[in-house]
Design a protein around this ligand. Structure first.
Ligand SMILES: O=c1ccn([C@@H]2O[C@H](COP(=O)(O)OP(=O)(O)O[C@H]3O[C@H](CO)[C@@H](O)[C@H](O)[C@H]3O)[C@@H](O)[C@H]2O)c(=O)[nH]1
Length: 463
C-alpha cells in the first residue's frame, strides 16, 4: 500500500465508504449490503453522485450515513450530458477528485477514519483512491458471477469477438451458451460503445489488484461459476442483498428496499389482497428498459387476453405506449401502476408468475420470494439471466421472440399459461420453493453469504 499506515483508531472501529454507480439497480444492493455491515458493527457511509441523490423520490429509513461525490453533471447526471461517452469521460475525471475530497472529509469525521472503500465495479478508479490513502479496496459486482465471468473472459481475449453465430460459446466455468444468451453489449456489438468499454474493459482493468471481490449472488446458485472465479480473484459471494425481513429476519424491522427514483403506488398491495392465491401475473421491466411500442402493445394484448389477473408496472415515461383506453378496457382484471413496492408484491401469495426483463435485482428478488418467472430480457446482462432462469435453475421460461426481435402475444400467453397451470407448472413451482429456502439459508446465521460477510469484516479488523 502506497501511503500512510492506518491509525490504530481505524483498526479498532472499521469505517467503510461504500460507493455506488448512480442507478437504482446499483445503489439499492449496495445499500442493503451496507445495512448488513452496519448490523455487524461496522460504521458505514454510503455515497453516490450528487445528480443521483437529487433525483431520489424516496430515501431509505435506515440510519446509514449518506454522502456524495460528483460525476461532473450535478444538475442532471447522464441525462444532462451530450452523450454517454462525454458523461463517462467527465465522470472518470471529476469522480476521483471528488472521491479524494470525500475520503479526506470522512477521515476527519466523528465516525472515525476510513478503513476501506467498497466500490462499484463500474467505478474501478476508486481503487487508486483507496491505495492513495492506504485503505482496503473491495470491488462490488452487482451482476451475477456468470455474467461477470463472461465479460471478464471477453476482456481477456479468451472469448473472441465477434461471436460466430450458430456455434456454442465456451466460457470457462460456465455451461455452453448460445450467442443470444450473451450480455447484449457483446451479442449486439456496437449497440452502446461507451457502456461496452466500461462493462467489458474498464471494470476488469484492476480487478486482480482488489483486496476483495464481493459479488451479489448466492454461492449455491452459481457454484461452478463462483469456484472458477475464486481461482482468479479473492471472491466472496454475499447475496442476495434483500432486506432481512423478506429473507433471514436477522435484522429486526428491516423492510425498506431503499432508494426509489419513482413514487410507488401502494394501492397495488390492496388490489392484490383481493385476488386468489397464485392468480396474478406481476409484470415489470425494471427501472431502465425502454420497450419498443410494438413490444408494449403485444404485452398489453397478451395480458388482456389472458385468463389470469395482472399487475403491470408501466413507468410514467412508458405510459404513452399503452394502447388507447387500455386501462378502462381491462376493468378490474388488471391494474397498471407507474411503480410499486416490488418486494412486497412478490411476497404476496396472490402472485403466481413474474413477467420480467430479468434485471439481476429482480431475478434475485423473485427467486428469494419463490415466484416463477417468464423472461423477456431487454438488454445488458438480462439474456444471460434468462438462460439460467430457464435451463440452469429451472424456475421459469424464456419467451421466444420472432425474427424482428418482438415477443408476440400468443407466445406470452402460452408461456404464462404453462407457468401458472401447464405441464411444467409443478416443476417450476417446486424449484422456486427450493431456491427461496436456499436464499434464506445463505443469508441466515452461518449461511454461505453470512459467513462471507463475517470473514470480510474480520479481514478489515485484521488488515
Ligand atoms: O415497480 C417497481 C419496479 C421495480 N422495482 C425495483 O427496481 C429494481 C429493478 O432492478 P433490476 O431488475 O435489476 O433492473 P434495473 O433497475 O434496470 O437494473 C440495472 O442494473 C442491474 C444490476 O446491475 C442489471 O442486472 C440490470 O440488467 C440493469 O438494467 C428492483 O430492485 C425492484 O424491486 C420497484 O421497487 N418497483
Amino acid at each position: 500500500m502506497a501511503e500512510s499506515k492506518k491509525s490504530s483508531a481505524a483498526l479498532r472501529n472499521p469505517h467503510c465508504l461504500v460507493l455506488s454507480y448512480p442507478t437504482q439497480g446499483h445503489l439499492n444492493p449496495m445499500l442493503q449490503f451496507s445495512k448488513r455491515l452496519q448490523h455487524k458493527g461496522i460504521a458505514v457511509t454510503l455515497a453516490t453522485t450528487r445528480s443521483m441523490s437529487n433525483t431520489i423520490h424516496h430515501a431509505p429509513s435506515s440510519s446509514i450515513a449518506l454522502d456524495t461525490i460528483s460525476d461532473g453533471y450535478d444538475e442532471g447526471g447522464i441525462a444532462q450530458a451530450e452523450s454517454i461517452e462525454y458523461y463517462l469521460e467527465r465522470f472518470w475525471k471529476v469522480g476521483p477528485e471528488t472521491l479524494t475530497e470525500l475520503v479526506q472529509k470522512l477521515n476527519a469525521s466523528v465516525s472515525g477514519p476510513l478503513s476501506c472503500i467498497v466500490y462499484d465495479a463500474f467505478l474501478p478508479w476508486a481503487l487508486d483512491v483507496a491505495r492513495k490513502f492506504g485503505l482496503v479496496g473491495a470491488v462490488f459486482f452487482t451482476m451475477s458471477c456468470a455474467v461477470d465471468s463472461i465479460l471478464y473472459h471477453v476482456h481477456k481475449g479468451v472469448v473472441k469477438l465477434p461471436l460466430a453465430g450458430g456455434e456454442a460459446v465456451r466460457v470457462p466455468g460456465l455451461p455452453p451458451l448460445e450467442v443470444r444468451d450473451m450480455p447484449s453489449f457483446i451479442s449486439d456489438l456496437g449497440s452502446y460503445p461507451a457502456f461496452f468499454k466500461m462493462v467489458v474493459h474498464d471494470q476488469f482493468t484492476n480487478v486482480e489488484k482488489a483486496d476483495c471481490v464481493l459479488c451479489n449472488t448466492i454461492y449455491e446458485l452459481e457454484k461452478e461459476e463462483a469456484d472458477y472465479l475464486s481461482n482468479l480473484w479473492p471472491l466472496r459471494t454475499i447475496g442476495p442483498t434483500i432486506p432481512s425481513t423478506f429473507l433471514d429476519k436477522q435484522i429486526e424491522e428491516d423492510k425498506d428496499y431503499g432508494f426509489s427514483i419513482f413514487r410507488p403506488n401502494i394501492n397495488a398491495l390492496n388490489w392484490l389482497k383481493h385476488r386468489p392465491k397464485g392468480s396474478v401475473i406481476y409484470v415489470s421491466f425494471g427501472s431502465m428498459a425502454v420497450l419498443k411500442p410494438e413490444q408494449m402493445s403485444e404485452v398489453a394484448l397478451a395480458l388482456k387476453n389472458s385468463t389470469s389477473h395482472f399487475l403491470w408496472v408501466v413507468r410514467a415515461s412508458e405510459e404513452t405506449k399503452l394502447p388507447e383506453s387500455f386501462s378502462e378496457e381491462i376493468s378490474d382484471k388488471g391494474l397498471v401502476v407507474t411503480w410499486c413496492p416490488q418486494l412486497e408484491v412478490l411476497a404476496d401469495d396472490a402472485v403466481g408468475c413474474f413477467l420480467t426483463n430479468c434485471g439481476w435485482n429482480s431475478t434475485l428478488e423473485a427467486l428469494s420470494s419463490g415466484v416463477p418467472m417468464l423472461a423477456l430480457p431487454q438488454w445488458t446482462d438480462q439474456s444471460t439471466n434468462a438462460r439460467y432462469i430457464m435451463d440452469v435453475w429451472k424456475i421459469g421460461l424464456r419467451a421466444e421472440a420472432d425474427e424482428g426481435g418482438i415477443v408476440r402475444r400468443e407466445e406470452i400467453e402460452r408461456c404464462t399459461r404453462e407457468i401458472m397451470e401447464g405441464e411444467i407448472s409443478k416443476e417450476v413451482k417446486e424449484n422456486s420453493k427450493k431456491w427461496k429456502k436456499l436464499a434464506r439459508e445463505a443469508m441466515g446465521k452461518s449461511g454461505s453469504s453470512d459467513k462471507n460477510i463475517n470473514e470480510f469484516i474480520d479481514s478489515l479488523v485484521l488488515s
